[in-house]
Ligand binder design. Structure first.
Ligand SMILES: [Fe+2]
Ligand SMILES: [Fe+2]
Length: 418
């Protein structure tokens, strides 16, 4: 992970904006049209449209939702930079809009182009951007609320730009260069990527200043991360889980997931938030980014993460991952105080149990004697509870989850699993 270095000044970021001016309308897309039809195959065209549709809609949304952040920014140099960023985001939208219509032939004006790409947006994308609308709208009503401002910057600059857009652009630029196609789009993407890295550098600086200036900012940032991280996993899940959507361009889904998570953690650290302060990141901190990405894909594949409209179909691999997360996040003192193991008595699978071992908790499949607590449910429902899709209190009320044991043990449930 990167060392914390001296943060860049708002004034320098502004000067970089002046120096990096470019025109989205002047880029020549003539060759791109020929390449799109003649040099990309059908899979590559589908994959490009799917991916670029998210950029088109994303740029339109970020251009619209930045004004509350500008209004709420406490200092003048921050406001000046944010004014330049709004212009950048509008220009990015113009650029992707041109590509969609002039190269891919989607729509006949700005509104119809946006409308016609809507069906390509993933569940994760819709969830993440709904949250951006919600947080920035709340900030519009309460511009003095520093916690909300920190949430908006975390979501906008660190998650959407730093974790989703910049890694996406990195892979796009790489394959366009390798394949030597779409020269106009390639040129535009290089400009967009330069703008975005400036926006992210601003966001890291701004969030760092907020975190250092007011106590509530850090906890507010962590809260929004906990909420959106399961949705961001779903942003880059291709239609029908078809891996050829990235592999046709020479990279894997796991590569982009690993790149994205590393990008987020590096930026959080620079803004003064240790990734292990974020429970969802802490749970996987013992793994390399590549290992985390491999697990993420298993959970997506088995319907546990990535699209909450899917029902989980558990496999031994996803059961292992879910229970590893349980063992790592359980409150060890609460588990010890039970005086016996916790057992999952699944309706549709062999049981699992959780015991306190030397300084850690262990989860294993199989039966065990004298449990202190028995949780009775379906394994898919437990997986939903474990990743935060199903509220355990609701599961209890609706009898999807039943708990057996002494009253004193049952009373420790909330503490056990947070
Ligand atoms: Fe942008
Ligand atoms: Fe941006």
């Amino acid at each position: 992970m990167e060392e914390r270095t001296e943060p860049i000044s708002y004034q320098r970021l502004y000067r970089l904006w002046e120096e990096g001016a470019w025109s989205a309308t002047a880029i020549d897309l003539t060759l791109d049209r020929e390449h799109f039809d003649g040099r990309l195959d059908q899979t590559q065209r589908d994959a490009a449209l799917w991916n670029y549709a998210m950029f088109l809609t994303g740029e339109e949304a970020v251009a619209r939702t930045l004004t509350p952040v500008l209004d709420a920014a406490p200092d003048h140099p921050q406001q000046v930079f944010l004014a330049t960023q709004i212009a950048d985001e509008a220009r990015h939208h113009v650029f992707f809009d041109r590509f969609m219509r002039e190269v891919a032939g989607v729509g006949h004006d700005t509104a119809s182009t946006l409308e016609q790409t809507r069906a390509l947006l993933t569940w994760g994308f819709r969830q993440t951007f709904s949250e951006l609308e919600r947080v920035t709208e709340a900030l519009r009503r309460k511009p003095q609320d520093l916690g909300l401002l920190a949430q908006a910057v975390t979501l906008y600059h660190l998650v959407i730009e730093g974790m989703l857009a910049v890694p996406g652009q990195h892979f796009i630029q790489r394959y366009l260069q390798d394949m030597n196609v779409l020269p106009g789009f390639s040129e535009g993407m290089a400009n967009v990527a330069r703008d975005e890295s400036r926006h992210v550098a601003f966001g890291v600086r701004f969030l760092g200043d907020l975190v250092a200036s007011a106590r509530e900012c850090k906890s507010a940032a962590i809260e929004v991360l906990e909420r959106v991280l399961p949705w961001t996993v779903g942003v880059f899940v291709p239609p029908r889980l078809d891996r050829s959507y990235t592999e046709c361009f020479g990279f894997t889904l796991e590569e982009i997931y690993a790149f994205a998570e590393r990008a987020l953690e590096t930026k959080l650290l620079r803004a003064g938030i240790h990734p292990e302060e974020v429970p969802r990141l802490a749970r996987m901190a013992h793994l390399t980014y590549e290992e985390r990405a491999a697990r993420t894909w298993v959970l997506i594949r088995d319907g546990i993460l990535g699209d909450d409209r899917r029902e989980p179909h558990m496999t031994p691999q996803s059961m292992e991952i879910v229970f590893d997360g349980v063992a790592r996040s359980v409150d060890l003192d609460a588990l010890r105080s039970l005086g016996g193991p916790v057992v999952w008595d699944f309706h549709d699978d062999q049981p699992w149990y959780l015991v306190a071992a030397d300084g850690h908790a262990e989860a294993k499949p199989g039966r065990v004697a004298e449990p202190a607590l028995v949780l009775e449910c379906r394994r898919g429902d437990w997986a939903k509870i474990a990743v935060g899709r199903l509220d355990p209190r609701w599961a209890l009320l609706t009898r999807k989850l039943r708990v057996h044991g002494a009253l004193a043990s049952k009373a420790k449930l909330a503490r056990l699993f947070g």
